[in-house]
Ligand binder design. Structure first.
Ligand code: 3NM
Length: 520
């Protein structure tokens, strides 16, 4: 097998420690894994003596040769030479790449571990055939991992490698398993360079059925996640302010025509209000906080709102069940991290929710978005719902979170910031009465959920449509002579939501003249 034949889609790194391998035989596990679809095997054993390393590597090589899959040796160029296998994988502290190349020759496959852009570029320039990017997530398999870089870290490295075209292959590693593989690949892939594969240890080696585990992982890698949009990036980028304003009425009309389900897992305070807002915008609300119902509800073509307003251990478990169900079928999820920074419990809940699924839209005020962003440990600001940031910083924060999560981020305030990282807009509509009534922020999440359900191809455009609908309805309501304060405002607001929806159904767009939408 030559190095140009090598595939990296599912890269298995072995581990012979009892905690991971158990009492299974490594060669049996590797053979089963290769039968299941593993495309490349790295023999990694940091403790055995050289004699045993060579002997095990020889046995493994017989197996990988049978299935035409390359065998690489971790760190030990001497073992690779002794066995005559296809190559090595070296870490930053191992033998220099140029020396390994000199010893192994031009036909050997040499991969290098990288955890930042500089290391990646040096590996490319030094003639590496592929890079192993990590550590994506902390993993018990490698307790001494030097840097945990998350999916945004992987994406930054892929971006930095764009100049090297397709010649240097890429896999990422660390904490990858069946439940997070698709999201990790989706959030890591840069528009300029995509991952060629994923590398795993425990997801296969610790499995009771390594062949089935490999089969499952490979099929997940090859299938785009259901929530991945289908609109071409260029098409999305074309829609500036005029494009957005053009789309908004048709999105509101589509809600009217399709009556999408808006499944709300929300707090007790706003349940009734949220259901009424859903009805007013033309959606069909269901307030169902029990996660076991989600696998049925997610099949109805609607979307899910997870509003963390009253978080409890049971509640969190229910959110996760529902999140998994909606992610599996690719129906959108709107996350409202209410009071995210208020308590340690809420901060932990945010982390758990974000690491267990893909959130199509995250909506919060400045303090909440700040806390959500800080949860990767790089920018911890804690509780902060005041106006601490200026407009440029707010736009940057929304953009950075949207970049990291590869989703849409809404930061509400007097001026709202909405970003999918490629495009960032501000909206300056709404009325102060909205801040005098409880739950208006929460029910905006419900309005957004209806829009992303009917227009999933461009969730930013859908979110903006819902926000304009919502905030212009508030302005119209507040201006009515019968509205004297926040109390009389609420029913008028629901009326105006309903009226705008009916106007959109008639293709009457007069209401939209009020839109104060700006591209940042
Ligand atoms: N290298 P699991 S992380 C072998 O970051 C290895 O370079 C890493 O194990 C790196 O798939 C890692 O069980 C262990 O999480 C990955």
């Amino acid at each position: 097998m030559t190095k140009s034949d090598a595939g990296y889609s599912l890269y298995l790194v072995t581990d012979s420690t009892p905690a991971i391998l158990g009492d299974k035989d490594l060669c049996h596990v590797v053979e089963a894994a290769v039968k299941g679809g593993v495309t490349c095997v790295q023999f990694r054993d940091k403790t055995s003596d050289t004699g045993l390393l060579v002997e095990t590597a020889r046995r493994l090589h017989k197996i990988t040769q049978k299935y035409s899959v390359p065998l690489l040796i971790n760190d030990r160029v001497d073992v690779a030479l002794a066995v005559g296998c296809e190559g090595v994988h070296i870490g930053q502290d191992d033998m220099e790449l140029s020396l390994a190349r000199r010893l192994l020759g031009p036909d050997a496959i040499i991969g290098v571990t990288v955890s930042n852009s500089g290391e990646a570029q040096r590996a490319c320039e030094g003639g590496a055939d592929y890079v192993g990017i990590g550590t994506v997530y902390a993993t018990p398999t490698k307790k001494n991992a030097k840097s945990i870089i998350g999916t945004a870290g992987v994406r930054g490295i892929l971006d930095a490698m764009r100049g090297y075209g397709h010649s240097v292959k890429t896999v990422c590693i660390g904490g990858i398993n069946e439940s997070n593989l698709q999201r990790i690949v989706f959030q890591s892939n840069s528009y300029h360079k995509k991952l060629d594969g994923v590398a795993v240890v425990s997801a296969i080696i610790a499995s009771a059925d390594p062949q089935a585990a490999a089969q499952g992982l490979l099929s997940l890698f090859r299938t785009p996640p259901p929530y991945q949009g289908t609109t071409a990036e260029e098409e999305k980028k074309a829609s500036g302010v005029f494009g957005m304003l053009d789309l908004a009425p048709s999105i509101i009309k589509a809600i009217h025509m399709c009556t999408p389900l808006s499944h709300n897992m929300t707090n007790l305070v706003v349940q009734n209000f949220a259901a009424n807002v859903a009805l007013a915008v033309g959606a069909s609300p269901i307030m169902a906080n029990y996660g076991e119902e989600a696998p049925d509800l997610c099949k109805l073509g609607g979307s899910l709102v997870i509003n963390m307003g009253t978080v409890t251990p049971d509640g969190l478990d229910n959110y996760l069940k529902a999140l998994r169900a909606y992610n599996q079928v690719g129906q959108p999820v709107v996350f409202d991290p209410v009071g995210a920074g208020a308590t340690a419990v809420r901060r932990a809940a945010v982390k758990t929710i974000m690491s267990n699924g893909y959130l199509d839209v995250i909506k919060g005020n400045e303090g909440e978005i700040n806390t959500v962003f800080g949860d990767d440990g790089t920018q911890q600001r804690g509780v902060d719902s005041s106006n601490a940031l200026d407009a440029t910083q707010k736009a940057k924060l929304a953009l950075k979170l949207a970049y990291r999560e590869k989703n849409v981020v809404v930061m509400t305030g007097q001026t709202d910031f909405v970003s999918d990282h490629e495009r960032t807009f501000t909206i300056q509509n709404g009325h102060q009465y909205l801040s005098m009534v409880t739950g208006t922020g929460c029910v905006l999440g419900t309005a957004i959920s209806a829009a992303v359900a009917v227009y999933p191809d461009d969730k930013l455009a859908a979110t903006i449509a819902a926000m304009l609908h919502f905030e212009i309805a508030a302005e119209l309501a507040a201006e009515r002579p019968d509205v004297q304060g926040p109390g009389t405002f609420v029913p008028a607001f629901i009326d105006e939501l309903h009226k705008i929806r009916q106007a959109a159904a008639r293709d009457d767009t007069a209401w939209l003249k009020r839109a104060k939408l700006t591209l940042v």
